[in-house]
Write a protein that binds this ligand. Structure first.
Ligand SMILES: Nc1ncnc2c1ncn2[C@@H]1O[C@H](COP(=O)(O)OP(=O)(O)OP(=O)(O)O)[C@@H](O)[C@H]1O
Length: 323
């Protein structure tokens, strides 16, 4: 069942389009990611979903409701994470939870929520004294306090250390397991790859691609990455002539060669090395990451809904093998 529908959304600031025809839909129970470079229009898009901004044109529906016209009803269904500036520094965790509970007719039990988010020990602590991770956990608790069906999390883990980020990822997975749909705006590829069922890559106000994380990786050119350090340099013309190679690069410091291509490219590299009697040290063959796909997709910004290119499903790891 579709819970969020965005169709041909457009929003400009002072005549400059920030969101320029974005369409996607989110199914109930999904973790749906919105990924894109700085200034791509991600926040503007989710603010239109939250009813905080009025679109210039296009259709936005949250559980069938218009977030602007039916704003009150939408705020009961959709929990939004608060911006840091919205909480008073002197407010304790308990006071914040009680205050936000009072906004809802049927709030969640804030004590249980605090327990679930590991905040019980911090109930008496003022907001200003919380660590970054604790602040994020509180902002998730406040987003969940109205027992929403959907929660919007925007740049949730920015500024967190790797452990706090991983703890937050686990929390997001638990939120989804409890039946809440998650709309997640992120810059972090690893986060998107690990958490999201589907991702809309937004670039310059448009959807550059929309797919599962593995689908995005497959549709990016050069979904197989070959890297090795040759015993002597390869001629640039030989590298450039490799079949199916989307890109080749040689590290000026250590001569390590990295080629993005396909299985055909892997075989061609091995043949090339054998032909020139060159040994490849630390030859590695792996799948491209979402990072690679992101760079590729946001550089080329192809048409919406372009069909995914077929590609290899699994990584081949020739760990330490040399030709
Ligand atoms: N209130 C505003 N007034 C004018 N321009 C704005 C406003 N909010 C956003 N913009 C501009 O609209 C574009 C999209 O901004 P938006 O914040 O939606 O992008 P974003 O993808 O969320 O970026 P980031 O990842 O940097 O947060 C940017 O060029 C931004 O400068």
């Amino acid at each position: 069942m579709t819970v969020i529908e965005v169709a041909d959304l457009r929003k400009a600031y002072a005549g400059r389009p920030a969101v320029d025809g974005v369409s996607f839909s989110v199914e109930e129970g999904e973790i749906f990611g919105i990924l894109g470079p700085n200034g791509a229009g991600k926040t503007t898009t989710v603010e239109c979903v939250e009813g905080l901004r009025v679109p210039d044109s296009g259709r936005v529906r949250v559980a069938g409701l218009d977030p602007v016209a039916d704003h009150d009803k939408v705020t009961r269904i959709l929990g939004a994470q608060l911006q840091e500036s919205e909480l008073q520094a002197k407010l304790t965790v308990r006071e914040a939870l009680e205050l936000y509970s009072a906004f809802y007719d049927r709030p969640a039990d804030w004590r249980a929520l605090a327990e679930r988010l590991g905040l019980t020990e911090k109930l008496g602590t003022r907001y200003a004294k919380l660590s970054g991770g604790q602040k994020q956990r509180l902002s998730i608790a406040l987003a969940l306090i109205g027992s929403p069906r959907i929660v919007v999390l925007d740049e949730l883990t920015t500024g967190l250390d790797p452990r706090a980020r991983r703890d937050t990822w686990q929390l997001i997975e638990e939120i989804r397991t409890s039946g809440v749909t998650v709309l997640l705006v992120t810059h972090f590829m690893e986060e998107a790859q690990r958490l999201c069922d589907r991702i809309a890559v937004i670039d310059r106000g448009r959807v550059a691609a929309l797919d599962t994380p593995s689908g995005l990786i497959r549709r990016a050119s050069g979904s197989t990455v070959i890297s090795f350090t040759p015993s002597r340099p390869l001629a640039p013309a030989d590298l450039a002539g490799l079949p199916d190679a989307a890109s080749t690069a040689t590290d000026a410091r250590d001569g390590r060669v990295t080629v993005h291509g396909s299985d055909v490219t892997v075989n061609a590299v091995i043949t090339l090395l054998a032909r020139h009697h060159i040994t490849a040290h630390q030859l590695r063959v792996s799948d491209a990451t979402l990072d690679d796909a992101f760079l590729d997709l946001t550089e080329t910004a192809g048409p919406q809904g372009a069909p995914a290119a077929a590609g290899p499903e699994s990584a081949t790891d020739l760990n330490g093998a040399s030709a």
